[in-house]
Design a binder for this molecule. Sequence first.
Ligand SMILES: [Zn+2]
Length: 465
Amino acid sequence: MRRFCRAAAIIVLLACIGSAAEPADWILRARYVLTMDPQHGLIENGAVAIGGDSILAVGPAAEIASRYTARRTLDRPDALIMPGMIDTHTHAAMSLFRAMADDKRLQDWLSNYIFPAESKNVNPDFVKWGTELACLEMSLAGITTYTDMYYFEDTVAAITKQAGLRGVLGQSVIGFPAPDYKTWKEALAGADRYIRKYQSDPLIVPAVAPHAIYTTPDDALVASHRVAVKYNAPLLIHISETKKEVDDSVAKRHMTPPELLASLGVLDGRVVAAHCVWVNEKDIQILKNHSTGIAHCPSSNMKLASGIAPVTAMLRQGLDVGLGNDGFAGSNDTADLILEMNIAAKLQKVARMDPEVLPAEQVVEMATIRGARVLGLEKKIGSLEPGKRADLITISLAHPNAIPIYNIYAQVAYASKAADVRDVFVNGRLIVDNRHVLTLDQREIYAHVHDWQRRIQESLAQTIH
Ligand SMILES: [Zn+2]
């Protein structure tokens, strides 16, 4: 009898070893998993297994359950899991200027409001709380990676890490005294130090960000490019945002902004160009030849009446075009990439008088995998595939605006809202749990933002009405 028991125990043990499930840190289950992988897989009753900072597997929930045992599980039978959204252009700390000076022309807004407001107020404390507020908003909106151009970028990077978000964060270089550095040479030396500090960071991709050709002299553009190449860091810049920028460039330099930048060698390397509203066929070809990533910012282009970027032409030429909100003040007053998808699609349709252009699936790509390509991060993020970083979100479908569902892309792009985002993972870490941000102190942020509002209003008492 004892021998029989021992034999039975061995058989059970062997059976257990034979079917031993692999360990995972998380298994997430949902009604749908939208992978945005090359096949654009949509899995009903799907699951994602996460180990450490990476995705272990994506598949039907039953299959994932048989392969993995997880320390923690998240069940969202009334939600969609999709890749975290990627914002390819913003200025996070400007959230402290939200809805402060609106309905202005870009040059008027920059020269008479934002640059004076920045010179009077922007310091590391301003950047800290402005960035925290922006990170809070972006986290709740399901933005897991954002691309920033601002001052004191070292502080932006520290806050972004604290928030648990991924950031491609560019130290600004500009041709006049800025809040952090008095000259572009000092800014560039600062950018060099900053890039070295964060070069191997798991969440931060440090970058250099010469503002634009009309604010940054050629020498500074070329020197910025040199620093970017030295570290294989992205170079972030505004290009051809307004007709005036292009007209001035052609009048003074006899070249369009892309032609000028190409002639200076600035487009050789990892470049992310925001806007590209006023680009012609030749410009598009130049950008394509240099594999320049394009950050399309439809809300900003509409609000500042900059124009309509030829997105469909750029996509047709094979350019990588992502979405950006472009700031939390003036050019846009919120960070909501679901809204940007919606607007991007509709803006192209009305511009071309053709409802078939820029369909829902394409704008969802722009907010995810194409955005990753714009930033040169497509091997790490942008889709749900084994081996990629676990940056993903759940979007609740338990709302009247999510019933019924015929097409998941149209649902996301045209019917969902940022407030439907329920959970957020970045680098395998849960940072938003059922709409509660776990990494930032909301009450503390609000208190400091109110304090900053008072100080900003006092400083601009003569300007703001
Ligand atoms: Zn911008």
